[in-house]
Structures are given as C-alpha cells and as structure tokens.
Design a protein around this ligand. Structure first.
Ligand code: MG
Length: 258
C-alpha cells in the first residue's frame, strides 16, 4: 500500500494512493493512524487536487554516510570501518513538490538520492531477525548537502541540516522488498545518479541493529541509507527528482532563499 500525507482546504490527512496512471491517482482518506490500526474511509480525492506533505513527521532522521563504495570513492573517501551516522533535524524535512532553498552560506549544493526506511513501532536493541517487524515502509529521500560546508566543518549539522535539506516522499510504500531496487536522481530530466540498493555496503538489517544499539526509534522515524555514485551540483531553478523502483518519484525545485 502507498500511504501519503496531504493537505486539502486547510485539512491534513493520510490517504491510501490508488490507481496506476500518474494523472489519475486518487487518495482514499485513512481513518486512524497509519502505524497503528486504521481503516479506509471510502472518501476519495484526486491526488492532483491536494498538496502532498512529507509522508511522515519524524521525531528524528538518522542518516548514514558512505554506504555505497563507488560514492565514497568519487569523493576520495574510504569506506568507513563503522557506519557514519548523523542526524538531519525535523525542520529540514519537506515533501514532494516543496522547494529546496539554496543556503546563503554555500556555493556548492549537491543532490544525494537515497532509500529512506520508515519505522513503524517504538524499538530499541532490535535483533537482526526482528528488523522487518519494526519497519513500516520505504520512501524516497534526497540528502541535500552543502558540499563545501561539509568539507570545511568537522560536524555536518549545518552542511546537511539546513532548512529544506531533507525532501521525503512522495509517499510511503509498505509492500516493497527493498533489497535490489534501482535508485536514480535526475536534474532537469538529465540522469545524474543511477545505482541499485543491492550495492549498499551495510544492509538495512545492519543499520537498524547498529542504530538501535544506541537509541530508541519511534514510529515515523526515518533512516537514510546512503547514496550511490553520481552526486553533483544543484543550482537555483533546477528541478531534482529521486526515483526508486517500486516506490515512486520525489520531485523538488531549487529556489533562492527569500
Ligand atoms: Mg547521504
């Protein structure tokens, strides 16, 4: 099931996305909370008529650095012995169709297409064999990065945590096997990144075990699993799209911060 969060006429709701053709998708409004028991109301609205919001409101976004060997190599980095983890703040999260605001303190903004894991239940110290039980679904993410700031500053909080640096969406897919999916980024329709999730160095199981060894994850929390090779610059006016096979396409335009 594809579950979107959206607003229409000032009201916010979750809905199940129905249909196959991008132009005729409809949302069946959900009664209840998607992570817990819910039912479909049968009240449907065309997707075209709503504004998509980030599909979840995470308590935290935990991101993984250098999880694809070719991407580590393209920036001259080694694959780390222990996964690199960092946070993107909740204020960095935007939805599909929202604008990425080019930060004033950077001259080298990059896209990073990533598979995002959405957690479905509160969990800590999750054993490997239970990882699938704590995952709600998957969505597309763009770990937008001020590359020059990342290289200048020891911690990545500003480089990867500025407002609008975490597009998520367009919805959460709850029924996809994430093990071997094509993942790509295009800028203005031109392909920049193309990889497969099977090329991750640490699997989703590895990452959930590693992260929950340290911290409790809550329903709606998000794990960004790293980006394949091909990262590159974004400029004001560009439209960047992250597409993951079996999930959908996350599209955002880059604007000057007003
Ligand atoms: Mg990244």
């Amino acid at each position: 099931m594809r579950i979107a969060r959206f607003s229409i006429d000032g009201n916010v709701a979750f809905g199940a996305v129905e249909g196959d053709s991008p132009d005729s998708l409809v949302l069946d409004i959900i009664k209840g909370i998607p992570y817990a028991d819910f039912e479909l109301s049968g009240t449907k609205v065309p997707l075209k008529k709503v504004r998509l919001l980030p599909p979840v409101l995470p308590n935290k976004v935990v991101a993984i650095g250098r999880n694809y060997a070719e991407h580590a190599a393209e920036l001259g980095n080694e694959v780390p012995d222990v996964p690199i983890t960092f946070f993107k703040p909740t204020t960095s999260v935007i939805g599909s169709g929202d604008a990425i605001e080019y930060p004033s303190f950077s001259d080298d903004l990059h896209h990073e297409a990533e598979l995002a894991v959405v957690i479905g239940r509160m969990c800590r110290e999750v054993p490997r064999e239970r990882v699938k039980d704590v995952i709600f679904g998957y969505t597309c993410a763009n770990d937008v990065t001020a590359r020059d700031v990342q290289q200048r500053e020891k911690q990545w909080a500003r480089a990867k945590g500025f407002d609008t640096s975490c597009p998520l969406g367009p919805w959460v897919e709850t029924d996809v096997d994430p093990g071997n999916l094509a993942i790509q980024a295009t800028v203005n329709g031109e392909q920049r990144q193309l990889g497969r999730t099977s090329d991750m160095i640490r699997s989703i199981e590895d990452l959930v075990v590693h992260i929950t060894e340290a911290m409790t994850l809550l329903p709606g929390d998000v794990i960004l699993t790293g980006t394949p090779a091909g990262v590159g610059p974004l400029h004001v006016g560009d439209e960047v799209a992250v597409t993951i096979e079996g999930i959908g396409t996350l599209t955002n335009k880059v604007i000057k911060r007003g």
